[in-house]
Design a protein around this ligand. Sequence first.
Ligand code: FES
Length: 99
Amino acid sequence: MRVGEKRKVEVQGSEILLIYLGGERYFAFDNKCPHLGCDLSKYGVLIREELVCQCHFSHFSVKDGRPLKGASKRPIRVYRVEVEGDKLILNPVDGKPSQ
Ligand code: FES
């Protein structure tokens, strides 16, 4: 992937939004906005530490998916991404804030 690229991928039947920031830095989220379901591979942008859905401007923490401002009161699922050779391993991050 190119640096800054976002891509919709399917993992075990779920659509995941993958964003690549260079090196081994990836972010991954559910691709569907928890507000009204916009496709985040089209309407999602990463702004510093926040994933923003441009449909109604909900902001989510990239660390734990908490809604920070905007329309959504529900969190988005965030995945921790580990790189193993040419594979990416995704694990959901639970709702607790990480340090
Ligand atoms: S659908 Fe994403 S903010 Fe409304």
